[in-house]
Write a protein that binds this ligand. Sequence first.
Ligand code: A2P
Length: 343
Amino acid sequence: MAMTANSHCIQLSDGRRMPLIGLGTYADPQKTPKGTCYKAVKLAIEIGYRHIDGALLYNNENEVGQAIRESVAEGKVKREDIYYCGKLWNTFQSPELVRPALEKTLKDLQLDYVDLYIIELPMAFKPGDTLYPKDENGKHIYHKTDLCATWEALEACVDAGLTRSIGVSNFNHRQLELIMNKPGLKYKPVSNQIECHPYFTQPKLLEYCREKKIVIVGYSPLGTSREFWVNLTNPPLLEDPLLTSIAKKYDKTTAQVALRFNIQRGVVVIPKSFNPDRIKENFQVFDFSLSDEEMNAIEGLNKNIRYVELLINYGELEKVTKKISYNPHKLQIYPSIIQPAIS
Ligand code: A2P
């Protein structure tokens, strides 16, 4: 795969193409001053990023949209050169809520379409205005979900021209199979966005997705921001001695080596940064390449650990859906049901 700063797309199964590096835009809204995301996206586009990853849940799609629209208006880029991914949140999985949720995203962005719309998690919360509905005991209120019906509503959004492609996130292979084997499937998921980095290389899910021509988009490719929602008992990825020594050899940073590792094996990365120097740094991954030995050695760092262990109680969930597969042997510290390793 020839990859350059100007040309680094991966082919999707529906004939479209996705840039291998995108800017992640999640940041804690409480701690992030208004306008920060706008500036980051504006700068990223100037630097050469053509892929922006966002979500209604991040509460900043208006800033992302403003940055994209301004960049287009200033003639820096054409809309069709930008790849924007939006996400369907858990409270909008009922089929009749899918299109309104995407329309809300488009209204905030002030764009006519998104390039990719994905189901953010393979489970639903109680529909309504509260994004994290909880009962009087503080437990999440789940909702019966039929992922296939949700998928059909996403397919209708493609037909309506609201999104170019559709995909999923945090799906394990069984949840993917559910969609892939759906009778009357009109559009296949083009991608599955999952946590993916040298400490969580996802070999089995990657192999399955390669077979099915589903592109893996790796979130937290740098090992996250290590905030309260992260399992901090896991060692910091960017301090890894092997990544550090490889970085030294190429006069690069550990972050650049971690990103290069994934894009070199065809995994899309969406590092989040709102810091101008780091936004630039993360894009400078096209002027060096890792040898096969180095790729294998980095693959060998896999510890099967995830930083993002969404603290969702499997017992609660089991009552409302049987469609989630679960492998208790893969449990770390918290009972997480999200994308358990392929089982
Ligand atoms: P910041 O926004 O201040 O740059 P991930 O994408 O794995 O979730 O990681 C995001 C976190 O990593 C954010 O806290 C971000 O902070 C930080 N970060 C982004 N790029 C780099 C980099 N090149 N080196 C070190 N930290 C980085």
